[in-house]
Design a protein around this ligand. Sequence first.
Ligand code: ATP
Ligand code: MG
Length: 594
Amino acid sequence: MRVTSFPLATLRDTPSEAEIISHQLLLKGGFIKRVSSGIYAYMPLMLRVIEKISLIIEKELNKIGCSKLLLPQLHPSELWKRSGRWEGYTEGEGIMFNLKDRQDRSFGLAPTHEEVITYIASEIVKSYKQLPFCFYQIQTKFRDEIRPRFGLMRGREFIMKDGYSFHSSKEDLIDFYKIMEKSYENIFENCGLKTLGVEADSGAIGGGASKEFMVTADSGEDSILFTKSGSYSANIEKAISLPSREKPLNNFSKSLIHTPNQKSIKDICKTNNLDPSQIVKVIIYKAKFEDKSEVPLLVCIRGDQTINDVKVFNLIDKTKKSNLITLSIIESDLEIKKNLNGLPIGFIGPDLEDELIKKNSSWEKKWVRIVDHSAFNLSNFISGANKVDFHKFFNSWKFIGDNYIEADIRNSKAGDYLDKDSSEILLEAKGIEIGHIFQLGQKYSEKLDAKFSNQKGLLENIWMGCYGIGVSRLAQAAIEQNHDKNGICWPIQISPFQVVLIATNLKDPIQEKLALSIYKEMQDYNIDVLFDDRDERAGVKFKDADLIGFPFRVIVGRDAVDNQVELISRSKKIQLKLSSNELIEKFLNESKLL
Ligand code: ATP
Ligand code: MG
């Protein structure tokens, strides 16, 4: 390809809209153009990267017997209603774009495809003899993200590879999941990326075990906790660990403490000479269910710890019959006071009983009390006295009876011990999630009635797994991991071109002739070359080549008279003078280049 065959539009200045380096470089290099918030055009150079990544994925998935297909992006609401996800995905903070057709029927633009693929499986699978199989596609997904940002990292329209496997038993699903895990490792390695596999939460997709593949980078939106030895790594949403020990609360004499205007833990600690680890804080959440019911949650945790909303969500989702749609902290004093006979936030204690809750209010006899292990392990502590302007000293949890759930609902953090028998301490890093694999189990097949007749002739729900890769996010994450002050340093496997050919003076007939003959020969040999044939100074072309990040540059200069050219790697580690024949040789024998 010649540079003059498409308008290469590199920018001199760093666009102010881009906060992170990979986004800046994509815009500066003319790889992408913003059309609207979170919506980008993939320009020719970018599309080549996307296509190369897609080919690497396809090759690896085909090897393990997956079949490629293409599913519709307009999904009828009925399918999503059957899975119970329509409301959660379209109301409140739901991320599904939705629309109506001319007959007033509702549709959603696909953010993911579990519903559609399970419906298809329900139509085509009859017997265990047809199982297992795995379908995948590479296609645009739509998500109306609350905070689209960082270019392709969090787009509202982005390219995903999504795959779905179908099995006749849980064991078969688990075996295939492990094969897929290995396949993912190969894919990322073949893209030239270093990734870290972490235990993950299954989120709104649901199901059993799941693993995320992360590119570690300071700009990552995910937090990963891991041990130095590599024995453990998990997304912070999922990580389990032991907090550091609390400060003992000895010789505390007062049973009731007057704490006027001391609503925060910081205030209470400062005024009463206490440590946050000696306090139990009580936070009220509201859980909304698919059947429109609402339940208040009284969540107790040690004062120096924070609550992990994902863990609370999963806990409540498991214990209730109806699908949990949203979970949010009640931050309005007014709402709390209305239901708790005037008691405001900040003074609520873990021993809140029904008597305090306003008679006939929507909260009465409905609330669920959750106590995190960190709080439950305290033998004595200070907490709200359920009385305005007062806190209380508690010397046991005996009051609690059996009206509570004790669970791990805490955010793990760096510095925590892995567990009580371990001397390993957790470290934290930021990560970009580029892939995610899940064991879905029978969650969707049950809802969408996708059954097969098993070996005993009985009908059984199909066992499913699903496997995603953010193709466009991966491309940008590769830049986050591979760049220097002059621009992108693409891994050779996914670079838009492997080599750029530059003549320092195209007006010199000898240089022009040699450059053209090298270009032609490289094309004949299918060497992935871009010929920078612009009427520009060599310096401009070199600068662009560094910015765009081709792994190799071939320079035809004054030595063209002796049929000599220069081959330089992007890192400048390889710098060779060689004849045009030797040059072609090098590219044909790729191992010499890597
Ligand atoms: P995130 O937690 O980052 O919002 P997710 O867990 O919701 O992502 P999945 O449903 O697991 O995403 O989707 C599979 C893959 O698609 C992710 O691992 C990620 O690489 C990619 N992806 C998800 N959302 C976006 C987005 N808004 N823009 C670009 N890629 C995305
Ligand atoms: Mg995910």
